[in-house]
Write a protein that binds this ligand. Structure first.
Ligand SMILES: N[C@@H](Cc1ccc(O)cc1)C(=O)O
Length: 619
């Protein structure tokens, strides 16, 4: 049997880059030719028989349900107790597994696009070139948390068809229509004919609450979490996955932030459940962003790549409770007829690049690192990092009015040149500074001297057993009053951020999930923006913030259905508040964290609080 080799897309070029750019979705939707081809190609693979290997259904099915082999990879599950999808979660393989996964969908879409381009009777050469340049777009949720209407609200989009006419067509980015609903799907997926985001019920007739989706994403603090990930995490165990990291970090893993996006996009729909998430077409633009953050992080941490670690829940081909590492097969992605891709051979992008790397000498590791650091500061450091509150309040009192003005300043809206060129990435960058972490160059806030370059950063660390809730869930943090109606929690005035568990709902199917009751997730919710917005404090000094948080910080646990989980039902939950003193030594690209202090006393003695009874500042 001949295997379907995963190669990624081929051909094409972007000026100044080794291969064509993947484009940010806000830029991509403005590229008339590429967007028209992408929409038609996605329609084509979505419409293919669900038994065809390169159909959207089969590709989406690699992630979880239906638990059957794809292209002969593992004719039966290697461990009947393991998670039966192929996708690796909760292990060091998380970032590298999803790299060939996105390559696979990218190549299937491009293959369809090349055929479609050949049928154009108007501007054929332009469309054929656009098909060669076509790559999977990414959704940079750290820059602009809400995707464009073409992704979340339009049921029809306008494209140029092969006869050169502008036509409205059903939008395949909005949802996937099952044909048929696979008999393996459990409820509620068995009753939903399409993928759904924020379904209003479990019934077949459920509608979607897109305004809840939008408001939830706006409050998701994705930029702050991403800036912290890129600038403060330097080891693969802490970077790669959502299990307890290196102990000293106060920043989320790539997987942890990714989990948040899944749950905040899905509500109680498909994206919130790993077993069906990849059927929602937004999955692949989310994962292209995850892949881009892998590229940016690896440029900032040259030479750091996968280290060995435990396999967590295991997969269809990887037994639970074993060690995985750089040579573990990333099944089902065949690299040759006899070998799978491994983490060791995805250390660079394959047939695509990201705009941040354009015009860099890729062999010059130090120059690449410096250039990427500058872009990370431009994109994520200036306007909504932990320091944002201070940029414009030098010497003033930290009033909630002045802060809310700052923290709600919208990002520069994406625009494009309107040409077919694929070099418009600059248009979506916040062009507010020269690439230095500007806020640190301003005063660090009231209570400190004008030229002080230090700041206390406050974070709630969450640890909780992955399978204790029995599906995806959120731990929400509030400063002050919590609304009575749990449906209002995610958008409440007092809500400051959440930790998200992205967990298979059909855990009863997964014997290992029972066996592995002890897998503990770890994540972080940053509190500075919330403190600045809600409190009347004028400093982040521990002497002031510690008593404030002791009285005002509260947390709740909620399923994705918004059903409240009583804290007594999650005995493993442990919330510990930490503070980290950040400084900016002259010439440093990023703030430098001092030792993280654990303020156990803030949460000790409350349900889900720290187990340590001292407010000592030790770990
Ligand atoms: N190899 C990185 C990106 C990178 C490129 C050049 C470097 O010098 C460093 C890192 C990736 O995974 O995409």
């Amino acid at each position: 049997m001949s295997h379907y080799l995963v190669t990624g897309a081929t051909g094409g070029s972007t000026s100044g880059a080794g291969a064509p750019n993947r484009l940010e979705i806000n830029v991509f939707v403005k590229q008339e030719d590429q967007f028209s081809l992408y929409i038609q190609a996605l329609q084509l693979i979505s419409g293919k028989s669900q038994s065809e290997i390169d159909s959207f259904f089969q590709i989406g099915g690699i992630h979880g349900l239906p638990y059957v082999p794809w292209d002969g990879a593992g004719s039966k599950p290697v461990d009947p107790d393991a998670w039966e999808g192929y996708c690796t979660h909760g292990s060091v393989l998380f970032p590298t597994f999803h790299r060939p996964y996105v390559l696979l969908v990218e190549q299937a879409i491009q293959a369809a696009a090349v055929n479609i381009a050949a049928t154009y009777t108007v501007d054929k050469a332009r469309y054929q070139q656009a098909a060669l340049n076509l790559r999977q777009p990414y959704w940079d949720w750290a820059l602009k948390p809400v995707p464009p209407p073409e992704v979340i609200s339009l049921d029809e989009v306008t494209i140029v068809n092969p006869s050169g006419q502008k036509v409205s067509v059903a939008n395949p980015l909005r949802r996937y229509t099952f044909h048929p609903i696979d008999p393996s799907f459990p409820d509620p997926y068995a009753s939903w004919p399409t993928t759904l985001r924020y379904p209003t019920s479990d019934d077949a007739s459920a509608s979607e609450d897109i305004s809840q989706l939008t408001r939830t994403l706006e409050n998701a603090q994705l930029r702050t979490k991403t800036y912290n990930l890129l600038t403060r995490v330097h080891t693969w165990p802490a970077f790669s996955n959502h299990t307890v990291g290196d102990g000293g970090s106060a920043s989320n893993s790539l997987e942890g932030i990714h989990d948040s996006v899944h749950v905040d996009v899905g509500g109680n729909g498909h994206m919130s459940d790993p077993s069906v998430a990849a059927f929602d077409p937004i999955f692949f633009m989310h994962h292209a962003q995850v892949d881009r953050l892998l590229s940016l992080w690896s440029a900032l941490n040259p030479g750091v790549w996968i280290t060995n670690g435990p396999s967590g829940d295991g997969t269809w081909t990887i037994p639970a409770d074993t060690e995985v590492g750089k040579n573990t097969n990333l099944a089902p992605f065949w690299k040759t007829q006899t070998q799978y891709w491994t983490s060791a051979n995805v250390t660079s992008t394959q047939g695509y690049t990201y705009p941040e790397f354009n015009n860099l000498n890729m062999g010059d590791t130090a120059a690449v690192k410096a250039a990427i650091a500058k872009q990370v500061n431009q994109l994520y450091g200036g306007t909504s990092s932990i320091f944002s509150s201070f940029a414009a309040t030098a010497g003033q009192s930290l009033s909630s009015e002045s802060i809310s003005k700052i923290t709600t300043t919208p990002t520069t809206a994406p625009t494009t040149s309107g040409t077919a060129k694929v070099s418009s990435d600059k248009d979506i960058q916040a062009q507010s500074n020269d690439g230095a972490p500007q806020v640190m160059l301003a005063s660090v806030g009231p209570g400190n001297s004008q030229d002080s370059k230090e700041l206390w950063e406050w974070t709630a660390r969450v640890q909780i057993k992955k399978h204790e809730v029995g599906g995806s869930f959120k731990v929400l943090f509030f400063l002050g009053n919590i609304p009575n109606d749990p449906r209002e929690w995610s958008t409440a005035e007092s809500f400051v951020g959440a930790f998200h568990g992205f967990v298979n709902t059909s855990a009863e199917r997964c014997a290992n999930c029972r066996r592995q009751q002890d897998v503990v997730l770890e994540g972080f919710v940053h509190l500075n923006d919330g403190i600045a917005k809600i409190s009347n404090l004028n400093t982040f000094d521990p002497a002031v913030v510690e008593p404030y948080l002791t009285s005002n910080l509260h947390w709740r646990v909620q399923k994705v259905s918004t059903e409240v989980v009583d804290l007594s039902a999650v005995p493993s939950l442990q919330v510990t508040v930490t503070s980290t003193r950040l400084t900016l030594p002259p010439g440093a690209p990023f703030p430098v964290p001092g030792e993280t202090q654990h303020h156990h006393g803030i949460t000790h003695g409350r349900p889900g609080g720290s187990r340590q009874d001292t407010s000592s500042e030790s770990a």
